[in-house]
Every structure is written in structure tokens, then in C-alpha cells.
Design a protein around this ligand. Structure first.
Ligand code: AHR
Length: 662
């Protein structure tokens, strides 16, 4: 075909396809005058653990990497020597004369001759600096140099050519002492994400350093606090609770690497830190009280998971006397969280700076204990359950075994003692869509469900728009059934997007040293959690378009065939106090989809409303550190509403409609 004719045919086809009527309308009838099931006010929460540099190198404000020199036994990892002019200075790790047992190593700097020599820290993939900002720093130091000259502290550019800020620390003696300082950048400087932190000496001799720390201003100025930009992203989601401290991080690879909460409280110089199961050391700067402070700052309820005598290498303690110390440890932990100042651990919390007890309603026993193929969980759970209920009868106990997820199905939940079961789902978008109705048919007489980890795993380091579609379809199912599914939280929450930062592909929020961004899935969750009523409105649906499931390689090799499933997912809730209705509809198709909405049995319906649309040009599109806002919800005022109205959903889109109806 000649080129011109080809172009004409192409244009005609394009014109035709634009003229083609969109799909015939799907019809959603909302039964406004039927009583709806209640929506759990705690449905949307957060799950967190130290993974993907979530705290160290993430939310926790500390900027110095390897601040206690324990990240490597051989070298001062992430520290560098800035050599003296004679080239004869050196640094080494020194275990002699430690500051205290929690700080067993120091960094020794030897100057053969007078002349500026320094140690420099590279931070977590750079130290972020911003203009007109004051940083709070401290370190332990001692020196062999009698009456030594001041040490100079500098925040400088990666090439060492620009000093963004500097100060002097004086009075170093031959005895360990902690020195505090502040350092302030100039107003006009350009923000930098790859600065380094330097401590320089000039006088010949030896210097030792331990626990070197530097904090930027933190969220709500909390000491030892959190990064403000990430906290703000979380605050915008209005989360109801925080599940902590894991995840695998609770369990640890071996017993000594569990989240041993008693070693995470008190001054940071009393916290030895430990190796996380995600293969890097945790400072434990984010300790038990910091988790609780995080809850307080975002008005979230803590959901505390306690170590239950099982570790990731499948080691475990049978129920009985050997398990009892761990049960006692959990009771102490609950007392630390909730006890008044007259209790032993409540007094300790007060000493640590927080006299007021925290409110706690949920305690989870372990994490994913169905992996314990010995079957010891039932006995362990029962021992923890009995001890916790005896002392704290009003606490709700969560079992990690007994749900219908691929793990939980293997073992029965402890007989008659399961109030809530934690189910975990990591799936493809197609699997999420296929299972979006799974809770519609769950037994209402059994335990309540806590979906304590879930995510559509497509795209990395943060997930793409197709994952957001799968997530949103899945959320319609949880929300529609939130008389049963009382809580849910996505996992993992965070990832440091720098090379080496990610251990788990598919995460909700990404960041480098300077900037943070939400994935499309983050915006989908934010839309859901910030537009939710108190009861579910029953919907009958007609003419719903369908799609074929996409098989995974495993499905194909098992000989499975694609199934026809819905391509449109929806839920509606009502806020009875505000007379507001929220309708959420997910269109997983590449075509626009008209939807006719009938508010059957409704009183007056407002003519105007608001719509939020989250959409992408392609399912693979995503947000990233360089394009953080590529896919964000677009809000618009909408008109022409009433008891019956039609809206057209864009291809690949998540829509929330808000309207007033009595
Ligand atoms: O979210 C990542 C990991 O997945 C969690 O640590 C664990 O509980 C689950 O297997």
C-alpha cells in the first residue's frame, strides 16, 4: 500500500475508534434505604519494620551512618580518613577502653604530625543539607593531646570544596565525655543530598570517637525523632494504627537477633543495636518508645506484636517453662506501654521521658508462625494468650495462624481462643482483582480478620499503576466487608531507592536522603482511607465488564486456564453524620467505562459533588524519585448529580465520588 493511502487508512481507523461508542454503561444501584454493615473505623493502618532502610537511612532522623562503628568488625564502614599533608595519619577501630558495654568500639584517629586531618562520614547515601537549617549533633571523644586544640565540625560538599556549615567543639580531654553542638547552614545555599560530615583535628596525637550523631529538625521537633517529609506523607493518609515492630524484624534470624525491646529503650548510648534479618545492622534508635511516639505524633493506635519464641531460622521453644521468660518479657513490654508510673515498667517509661501511659487494644503473638512447621504455635500462642488475658483481660489478641491466606491455611488456629487472625497477601494485580470478593463469603461467626500485610507486587522499588489498580480492587473488597476485616495494613511501607537500599521489591513510599515520594499505590490508599463513611451501602450491579485473569508462570506450568472475572470494582459507604456518600470505582480496562449510578430509596441528593481520579496512560507508569508526582489524584467539582446520574471512568483509573444524600 502506498504510504499516503496507508496514512489515510490509519487516520480513518483512528477516527473510527474515537467515534466508537464507549462500553455500554455498567449499572450500580445503591440501596440507600437498607441498613448497611458497619465500617471499621480502624480499617486503614500502617505496618512497619526495619527493612529497605526504613528507619536507619529512612524515617529515623539520624544522618550519620555507622554512628557506633559496629557495622563492620574489620573497618570503619562509611567513614573515611581525610589525610594530613604528610600522608601519615590513620584511622582504626579500637575496642580498648570502650565508653560503655553498649558502645564497645571506638574510632581511633592518629596524627603523626600537626596539620589538618579529619574523619568524614558519607551518611546514608549522602547527608542531606538544606539552607538556613540548624542540625543538632553530638559525639563522645577523648584525646591523648593534653589541652588539645578544638575539633572542627564541618558539613561539606561531596567534593570537599564547599563548607556548608562549621563549628568548633572545645575541651576534649583524655577521658571519654559527650560533646553536644549545633551547626547551621547559610540561607542562600542550594539543598544538597550528598554532603558529608567531617570532624577535623590539627594537633599531632591520637583521638577517639564514639556514638557520633547528627539530626536535622525532626517532625514536631521530637528529640531522637523522625524525618518530617516522610511523616507528612504518612499523616496525609490518616492512618488509624501502626503495626510494629514486624514482620520478620520482630522475629530475627536467631534468638539473639529478635527485636529485644528492653535493649531499645533509654538513652541512645545504652542501645547496642542488632543485626536485622534484612542483613544490615539496626541502631535501634527507633526503639519501643520511638514507635509509640510515632503513633502519638500521627494520632494512631499502637498495634504491638510481641516476640513469641520462634525465629526465622525455624528455631523455637515449645510451650512450657523455657518459653515463660519470653511470656514475661511480653507482659513487661505491655506494662511499659500501658502501665502507670507506679508500675515497674511504667516508671521506666516515665524515666525515659513519657509518664503518660499509651492506650493499647491489640497485641499480636508473633509473626507468620505458620512457617513453624513443628506446629508449636498452638501451645506457644495459648501460653501467651493465657498470661496476657489474665493480666490484661480487655486486650484483643491477634493470632498469626489460622487465616485463609496461603500460610494460615496450613494450621488450625488455637481452639476457641482466636479473636482476630492476621492474614497476609502478596499477589499480582490480576490475583488481587480475582480475589477482591473473597471476604464476601467469609464465615461471620469465626474470628475477625486483620490483613496485617498485603500488597500488589508489580513494579519496584515502589509499585506501578497496575499495582495500584490491583490494590484498589482489593481495598473495595476489604472495605465492603469491614464488619469482618476490621484492620488492614500494606507492607512494606518504605524503601530507600538508592542502590543497595532495597531488600524487598514492591513498596509504598520511596526516598533518598533529601526527597520522598508516594507510589501510585500510596495515592490509591490515601484516597480510600480519607474518604470513608461509617456504614457500607449495599450495591447491586448490572452489565459489569469482564476481563481474563493473567496467569503467573507457576499457574501456566500447573496447567491452569485464564478465568473470566469482573473488570470493574466498587464499594460505597455513607457518613451518617455528614450525610455524605463515597462511591469508589476501579476501572482496570484500557477503555473508558460509563457507569450509571442509581441512588435507590434515597432522599434529597445534592446536584453538585466532588470527584477524585487517579489514572495513568499505561499500567506500567509509575512515580519515582525523579518524577514524584507523575501520577496523583486530580480533584474536580462535578455537577448534574441526582438520584440517577452517569459518569464515565477513564481507562485504567481509580475514581472516588463524594456527594451529599439523605
Ligand atoms: O513485608 C516483608 C515480609 O513479608 C515481612 O517481614 C514478613 O512478615 C513477610 O513474610
Amino acid at each position: 500500500m502506498p504510504y499516503l493511502s496507508y496514512l489515510k487508512t490509519l487516520a480513518a481507523c483512528l477516527f473510527l475508534s474515537l467515534q466508537l461508542p464507549a462500553q455500554s454503561p455498567a449499572i450500580l444501584t445503591l440501596h440507600m434505604n437498607e441498613p448497611g454493615t458497619p465500617v471499621s473505623p480502624g480499617l486503614y493502618g500502617l505496618m512497619t519494620e526495619e527493612i529497605n532502610y526504613s528507619y536507619d537511612g529512612g524515617l529515623y532522623g539520624e544522618l550519620i551512618r555507622n554512628r557506633t562503628f559496629q557495622d563492620s568488625a574489620k573497618t570503619a564502614a562509611f567513614w573515611h580518613l581525610q589525610q594530613a599533608p604528610d600522608g601519615k595519619s590513620s584511622i582504626s577501630l579500637d575496642k580498648k577502653d570502650p565508653v560503655n558495654p553498649s558502645l564497645p568500639v571506638s574510632l581511633r584517629l592518629d596524627l603523626e604530625k600537626d596539620g589538618k586531618t579529619a574523619i568524614a562520614n558519607e551518611g546514608y547515601w549522602g547527608i542531606p543539607v538544606r539552607p538556613a537549617t540548624t542540625y543538632q549533633g553530638s559525639f563522645y571523644a577523648k584525646s591523648s593531646v593534653a589541652g588539645s586544640q578544638p575539633l572542627i565540625v564541618i558539613l561539606e560538599s561531596a567534593d570537599g570544596k564547599t563548607a556548608f556549615a562549621s563549628t568548633e567543639v572545645t575541651g576534649i580531654t583524655s577521658q571519654w565525655q559527650r560533646y553536644n553542638f549545633t551547626i547551621t547552614t547559610a540561607p542562600g545555599m542550594q539543598p544538597a543530598k550528598d554532603a558529608r560530615f567531617v570532624i577535623a583535628a590539627r594537633k599531632q596525637g591520637s583521638y577517639w570517637f564514639s556514638l557520633v550523631s547528627l539530626f536535622p529538625p525532626t517532625f514536631k521537633d521530637r528529640p531522637n525523632g523522625n524525618r518530617s517529609d516522610i511523616m507528612q506523607l504518612l499523616a496525609d493518609m490518616h492512618p488509624a494504627f501502626l503495626r510494629f515492630p514486624g514482620g520478620n524484624y520482630l522475629e530475627g534470624q536467631i534468638f539473639s537477633a529478635r527485636f529485644n525491646w528492653k535493649k531499645t529503650i533509654g538513652p541512645i548510648d545504652q542501645r547496642p543495636g542488632h543485626l536485622s534479618p534484612w542483613k544490615y545492622r539496626s541502631t535501634d534508635g527507633m526503639g519501643l518508645l520511638e514507635f509509640l511516639g510515632w503513633c502519638e505524633d500521627l494520632n494512631m493506635e499502637p498495634l504491638l506484636a510481641v516476640f513469641a519464641g520462634y525465629t526465622l531460622n525455624r528455631d523455637y521453644l515449645e510451650a512450657g517453662p523455657f518459653l515463660q521468660p519470653f511470656v514475661d518479657d511480653a507482659l513487661d513490654e505491655i506494662e511499659y506501654v500501658t502501665g502507670d508510673v507506679n508500675t515497674k515498667w511504667g516508671a521506666q517509661r516515665a524515666k525515659d521521658g513519657h509518664p503518660r501511659p499509651f492506650t493499647l487494644r491489640y497485641v499480636e503473638i508473633g509473626n507468620e508462625d505458620a512457617f513453624d512447621v513443628s506446629g508449636s504455635y498452638e501451645g506457644r500462642y495459648t501460653q501467651f494468650y493465657a498470661a496476657i488475658k489474665a493480666k490484661y483481660p480487655s486486650l484483643q489478641i491477634i493470632s498469626t495462624v489460622g487465616g485463609k491466606d496461603p500460610l494460615g491455611g496450613r494450621f488450625p488456629a488455637p481452639q476457641n481462643k482466636t479473636e482476630i487472625v492476621d492474614e497476609h497477601y502478596y499477589r499480582t494485580a490480576s490475583e488481587m482483582e480475582e480475589n477482591a470478593k473473597q471476604y464476601d463469603s467469609y464465615d461471620r461467626k469465626g474470628p475477625k480478620i486483620f490483613v496485617g500485610e498485603w500488597a500488589t507486587r508489580e513494579g519496584y522499588p515502589t509499585t506501578n499503576f497496575n499495582a495500584a489498580l490491583g490494590d484498589a480492587a482489593w481495598m473495595t473488597g476489604m472495605e465492603r466487608n469491614s464488619d469482618l476485616v476490621i484492620m488492614s495494613c500494606y507492607a512494606p511501607l518504605f524503601v530507600n531507592v538508592n542502590p543497595g537500599g532495597m531488600q524487598w521489591k514492591s513498596n509504598l513510599i520511596g526516598y533518598d536522603a533529601l526527597n520522598a515520594f508516594g507510589s501510585p499505590a500510596y495515592y490509591a490508599q490515601k484516597l480510600f482511607s480519607t474518604h470513608i463513611g461509617d456504614s457500607v451501602i449495599k450495591i447491586t450491579a448490572d452489565n459489569i465488564p469482564t476481563q481474563l485473569t493473567k496467569l503467573t508462570a507457576r499457574d501456566s506450568s500447573a496447567g491452569l486456564q485464564p478465568k473470566s472475572i469482573d473488570a470493574l470494582f466498587f464499594v460505597a459507604t455513607r457518613d451518617s453524620k455528614k450525610n455524605m456518600v463515597y462511591i469508589k470505582i476501579v476501572n482496570t480496562q484500557p477503555t473508558a467505562q460509563p457507569v450509571k449510578i442509581n441512588l435507590e430509596g434515597s432522599g434529597k441528593v445534592s446536584r453538585n459533588g466532588t470527584e477524585w481520579v487517579l489514572k495513568a496512560d499505561k499500567p506500567e507508569d509509575t512515580n519515582s524519585i525523579t518524577e514524584p508526582q507523575k501520577i496523583v489524584p486530580i480533584q474536580s467539582a462535578i455537577k448534574g448529580l441526582g438520584k440517577t446520574f452517569t459518569r464515565t471512568l477513564p481507562p485504567w483509573s481509580i475514581t472516588v465520588l463524594q456527594l451529599e444524600a439523605r
